[in-house]
Design a protein around this ligand. Structure first.
Ligand SMILES: NC(=O)c1ccc[n+]([C@@H]2O[C@H](COP(=O)([O-])OP(=O)(O)OC[C@H]3O[C@@H](n4cnc5c(N)ncnc54)[C@H](OP(=O)(O)O)[C@@H]3O)[C@@H](O)[C@H]2O)c1
Length: 159
C-alpha cells in the first residue's frame, strides 16, 4: 500500500526554512513507530533537512538529479516508476513522507493518508500542504492527544 503521512498546522503549514516549524514529540514517536520496517520516500529537500537515513527503514530520495551522492543503502528515485518497481519484501508499505512537492507528485497513487493536525498556526511558514490532496478520502479513525494534537487515518469511502 502507498500511504501519505503528513503533519499540518491549523493554517495548512508543513515547513519553514527547510524544517518542521514545531516540536511535537508524540507525533515524532507515531511517525517512527508507523514507518519503521517500511519504505520511506522523501523529496531531496526533506532528505537534506533530515540529514541522514532514517534507521530501520528503506530510504528513498526522490530527485531529478542523476548524481546526488547518498550513503550506501539509500535509493535514488528519478521518477515514480522507480518507486513503484521496488520490491515490497521485506519493506512492506511505501510511505510518502513529504514534502509538499513530493506529496503532489504522488497524489494519484496515495491510497491512504495519515494526517497529524498540529493545533497551532504558523503564519510565517514557507511550505504549505495542498488540502485538495485529501479530496476523496474520509476519516476512519482518530487518535487524540493531551497536547491538542489529533492523528487521523483517512481512506476512500466504502461504496
Ligand atoms: N510537516 C510534515 O509532515 C513534513 C513532511 C516532510 C517535509 N516537510 C517540510 O517540507 C519542506 C520541504 O518540502 P518541499 O516541497 O520544499 O520539498 P520536497 O518535496 O521535500 O523536495 C522537493 C524535491 O523533490 C524532488 N522532486 C519533486 N518532484 C519530483 C518529480 N516529479 N520528479 C523527480 N524529483 C522530484 C526535486 O528534487 P531535485 O531538486 O533534487 O531534483 C525537488 O526539488 C521542508 O520544510 C520540510 O521540513 C514537512
Amino acid at each position: 500500500m502507498i500511504v501519505g503521512i503528513v503533519a499540518i498546522s491549523k493554517n495548512g503549514a508543513i515547513g519553514k526554512d527547510g524544517a518542521l516549524p514545531w516540536h511535537y514529540p508524540a507525533d515524532l514517536k507515531y511517525f517512527k513507530e508507523t514507518t519503521t520496517g517500511n519504505t520511506v520516500v522523501m523529496g531531496s529537500t526533506t532528505w537534506r533537512s533530515i540529514g541522514r537515513p532514517l534507521p530501520d527503514r528503506r530510504n528513498v530520495v526522490f530527485t531529478n538529479s542523476k548524481n546526488l551522492v547518498v550513503p550506501e543503502g539509500v535509493i535514488i528515485a528519478n521518477d515514480r516508476l522507480d518507486v513503484l518497481k521496488l520490491d515490497t519484501e521485506p519493506w512492506k508499505d511505501i510511505y510518502i513522507i513529504g514534502g509538499a512537492k513530493t506529496y503532489e507528485a504522488f497524489r494519484d497513487l496515495i491510497e491512504k493518508w495519515l494526517v497529524t493536525e498540529i493545533p497551532i498556526d504558523v503564519p510565517d511558514a514557507d511550505t504549505f500542504f495542498d488540502l485538495s490532496l485529501l479530496d476523496g478520502f474520509e476519516v476512519r479513525d482518530a487518535l487524540e492527544f493531551d497536547d491538542g494534537m489529533t492523528i487521523k487515518s483517512m481512506l476512500p469511502p466504502i461504496d
